[in-house]
Design a protein around this ligand. Structure first.
Ligand code: ADP
Ligand code: MG
Length: 179
């Protein structure tokens, strides 16, 4: 099954984090999330919310020198642990060899795997995935860095595969929630 077209308006970075946090509630080990969008669209910001929702160790950040980072789960107040988060930023990946060296198949068995800039190659890893596209609603490239950082994004969610049958993905109601 493929679900197309769920769109969520994300007025600011906190809203984007809140949506990522809500998404964590429906994810489990083995899930793959593919994040698409221009530089500065909010892919890492959304992943930060996801990391908070999964309650994993370490700061989710744009990796400068590493391409993939694993965040192990911390115990929740009730003592249970969720899946780890494997965060891949493929922006600087140069070759398919480098992709293979990441050994994402192994990560996919035991973690929630989020890949920024994965469109076009990550699809080969699994039939089930969540494709998240972040865009500035008014399009275009901002004139300066401050403009680029400010403001609204639109998230488009595409759920591919039987994994998502009957799964209630977060919508607009998930945005604006605070801790
Ligand atoms: P990417 O990983 O897609 O390159 P980042 O998440 O690293 O993008 O950066 C997005 C930047 O835009 C951050 O500085 C963030 O604070 C800012 N921002 C402003 N509005 C939003 C929004 N609605 N959603 C996400 N980020 C936003
Ligand atoms: Mg990023």
């Amino acid at each position: 099954m493929t679900t197309d077209g769920l769109q969520v308006r994300l007025p600011d970075a906190d809203a984007t984090r809140a949506w990522g946090r809500a998404l964590a509630d429906v994810l489990r080990a083995g899930d793959l999330v593919v994040l698409t969008g221009d530089l500065g669209a909010g892919k890492t910001t959304l992943t930060q919310g996801l990391g908070a929702g999964l309650h994993v160790r370490g700061q989710v950040a744009s990796p400068t020198f590493v391409i993939a980072r694993e965040h192990p789960p911390l115990p929740r107040p009730d003592g249970t642990r969720g899946p780890a988060l494997v965060h891949v930023d493929a922006y600087r990946l140069g070759s398919l060899d480098e992709v293979e060296a990441l050994d994402l198949d192994a990560a996919l068995d035991e973690a929630v795997t989020v890949v920024e800039w994965g469109e076009g190659w990550v699809e080969g890893l699994t039939d089930d995935r969540l494709e998240l596209r972040l865009a500035r609603p008014h399009g275009g490239v901002a004139d300066d860095v401050e403009d680029a950082a400010a403001g609204e994004r639109v998230l488009t969610v595409r759920a591919v595969g039987a994994r998502w049958d009957g799964v209630a993905l977060p919508g607009a109601d998930a945005v604006g929630l605070t801790d």
